[in-house]
Design a binder for this molecule. Sequence first.
Ligand SMILES: Nc1ncnc2c1ncn2[C@@H]1O[C@H](COP(=O)(O)OP(=O)(O)OP(=O)(O)O)[C@@H](O)[C@H]1O
Ligand SMILES: [Mg+2]
Length: 306
Amino acid sequence: MSAIISVKNLVKVYDNKFTAVKNLNLEINKGEIIALLGPNGAGKTTLISTICGLASITSGSITINNMDVIKDYRKTREIVGLVPQELALEPFEKVINAIRFSRRLFGKKDDDVYLEKLLGKLQLYEKKNNIIKSLSGGMKRRVMIAKALSHNPQILFLDEPTAGVDVELRKDMWNIIKELKADGVTIILTTHYIEEAEMIADRIGIINKGELLLVEEKSKLIKRMSVKTLKVKLKKTLKQIPKKLKQYNLKLIDNGNSFHYFYNTSNEKTGITSLLSDMNEIGISLFDIQTEETSLEEIFVKIIKD
Ligand SMILES: Nc1ncnc2c1ncn2[C@@H]1O[C@H](COP(=O)(O)OP(=O)(O)OP(=O)(O)O)[C@@H](O)[C@H]1O
Ligand SMILES: [Mg+2]
């Protein structure tokens, strides 16, 4: 796959001297769905804003289709659609007029056939003559998507598309996003819902404090993430992990009264049987044993902390 967006050594320092993005490098492949995860204030919206040319770049460079987003602002902006984090709609405007207007902003000729098809895809066709004020929150979000797609962009940015959206609607939104991908649109979304990234993303990027901590194929990341913890409470306190057990990467806790063993359920062998038999062999008795499922949420937090 070829890169449609290329971010190189991006630094963004706001006017108040706050550094929101620190030397970030990222290549986004044509036709993929990439989800950016990160806590509040991580720099996700800032990154998107610089790519879309809405925020200035302090240093580094960004290209879209090999065109510089600063030098070729008009051309690159035309290729992208952005659904901003905050709802920004004219309450008394009719749905169809709102998206016609967005299309005209890009200097594109009117094309109601395309726009009506778009509304159909977003399940808004019946509402096309309604004023925006009369729509539900989820419908308003879809109008924002329709606006962002009104000029046939190749790339769509969705900044927290399902924040505050109920489970059913969230699933609808995921289907819409998958359909857009099938149409060849490259999609970059930010989200606080790890499940969302899990459901729809091809790759996942984790951002914290302005740094991209990792970008990885979802399947690989999830394999790595599906860790379980075995907590073994010992009869006698251990000062350190005995040599025989070094291979298990145990972590002593509770002042040596217990240890944690981490294992991956996607592996063929968990290693628990051999751990217990090795313990038995060197005379370490256990008092109690319990397993804990590490939630994706927790692992995400762990990555951020580490
Ligand atoms: N215009 C601005 N001037 C100064 N600082 C800003 C400005 N916009 C954002 N910031 C700061 O930059 C950091 C990153 O903000 P950003 O909105 O990119 O985070 P985010 O990852 O999108 O967070 P959230 O998940 O809450 O949307 C924050 O500390 C924020 O306060
Ligand atoms: Mg944001």
